[in-house]
Design a protein around this ligand. Structure first.
Ligand code: CA
Length: 430
């Protein structure tokens, strides 16, 4: 802050010589730059030729170098009149500008050069003291354009959305004509922009504040409805027991199993699985279910045969773990699931969170959704919320199964999730 004080005193001392005074003011900020003795160009409104009054200085930079010839405008903060009644100046070779004799008030200063611009607020508290605004860097300018309908609330009448008139910016020297509700403005400074749509034949204007970043191209203020995406989880073409998004061997695997509610089960009452699993088969039995499809490629085909006489409740599972065995996965971004399934019998989609237990100490089942398997190849599409009604449960999923309680034949292929940002679901929650 010592520098600032020195600067101020220097300016006071040198008040008799305007040119030298400006150089003194800017010198501490211009170390290493070659200063020219020429005075900054001063133009625009306000009284001139008097020795009294303040002087506002600033340095304009572009890519950390002086922005020679940058155009600077100082406009009253709330003005809709642009440079009319405002001030302009052009930066010298060292990027410095000076504007003198600015009345007390709140202003916006804007600098532009080619495709770049910058704006910042300027408060003038008196007409005596000099104001050093420091250095400001030009950034890629902002584009705003399109249909007014995309910038105003739906409740605003159609006549406004189709208006002919003019668009102005409070505190900035920018404007654009509006025809049939359409407009276009280039070269705006990033930051807060206060748009005012002024219809030709009406009194009321529409005010729309917009906050922008450098280089923005803004054609709507309304959130664009995000496109739904379809994620193919499994088509079995790779012939393994991991689904397509598994990141290593231990994650996201498919399984087949049968469970009975009595132990032991006499051989004559055991559930038979076709294709039969060889007794010495050491690898994952699910691989045996992946077969060539008559429709091309591969699909899952399995048959469960429950003996006519049995004394238990059969459970037959085709189960896909979402990821690793301890991970809980957030499937709330899934809107629906689709798959091809056909054959015979009744399949029940079951969605499970194995990290939780129900009152019987079984894994917590958040969704049970039975459907009849048609005899012909059929694509089924079910709303995820119909399968898992509780929203919180959709955030905690460990596996999805097709469960059978009786004889069944299943052909299964092309499991897809449909929703938004679906790749996020593979991140385990805990
Ligand atoms: Ca397939």
């Amino acid at each position: 802050m010592i520098n600032k004080k020195k600067l101020y005193i220097k300016g006071m001392d040198l008040r008799q010589n305007k040119t030298r005074r400006i150089i003194s003011l800017i010198a501490p900020f211009a170390v290493g730059l070659s200063l020219c003795a020429c005075s900054s160009e001063v133009a625009g409104g306000g009284p001139s030729g008097t020795e009294a009054g303040n002087a506002i200085t600033a340095q304009i930079l572009i890519a950390n170098a002086p922005a020679a010839n940058a155009r600077v405008k100082l406009v009253e903060h709330n003005s809709l009149n642009g440079i009319e009644g405002g001030y302009t100046a052009t930066a010298n070779d060292s990027g410095f500008v000076t504007i003198e004799n600015v009345p007390v008030g709140n202003y916006t200063m804007e600098a532009t050069l080619n495709e770049s611009a910058v704006q910042w607020p300027v408060d003038i508290k008196d007409t005596v003291n000099d104001v050093n605004l420091g250095a400001h860097s030009l950034q890629k300018s902002v584009y705003i354009g399109g249909s007014i309908a995309n910038f105003v609330a739906d409740s605003i009448s159609e006549s406004y959305k189709n208006m002919t008139g003019v668009l102005k910016f409070r505190g900035l020297d920018h404007s654009a004509t509006i025809k049939d509700g359409k407009f276009e403005v280039k070269g705006l400074p990033a930051g807060k922009l206060n748009l005012v749509f002024i219809p030709q034949n009406a009194i009321d204007t529409v005010y729309v504040p917009v906050t922008t970043d450098a280089g923005d191209s803004i054609t709507t203020l309304k959130p664009t409805p995000q496109e739904k995406e379809t994620l193919l989880i499994e088509d079995f073409e790779d012939g393994d027991n991991l689904h397509l998004y598994s990141s290593n061997f231990f994650e996201g695997d498919w399984n087949i199993m049968t469970i009975t509610t009595v132990v032991p089960v006499p051989d004559s009452e055991k559930i038979k699985i076709y294709p039969e699993l060889p007794k010495d088969y050491q690898q994952h039995p699910f691989l045996l279910l992946i077969q060539d499809s008559e429709y091309g490629g591969k699909e899952v085909h399995v048959q469960f045969d429950v003996p006519d006489t049995h004394n238990y409740t059969p459970w037959e599972f085709i189960k896909m773990n979402i990821g690793n065995s301890v991970g809980i996965y957030d499937l709330s971004s899934v809107d629906s699931i689709a798959f091809d399934a056909w054959g015979s019998g009744i399949a029940e989609i079951q969605v499970i969170d194995e990290t939780r237990k129900d009152k019987d100490f079984n894994s917590y089942t958040s969704g049970k959704f039975p459907f009849i398997l048609p005899s012909q190849k059929t694509t089924h599409k079910f709303a995820w919320a119909d399968i898992v009604p509780n929203e919180d449960d959709r955030k905690r999923v460990t596996s999805i199964s097709l469960v059978f309680h009786d004889d069944a034949e299943l052909y299964f292929d092309n499991l897809k999730f449909i929703g938004k940002n679906l790749l996020n679901i593979w991140k385990p929650k805990e």
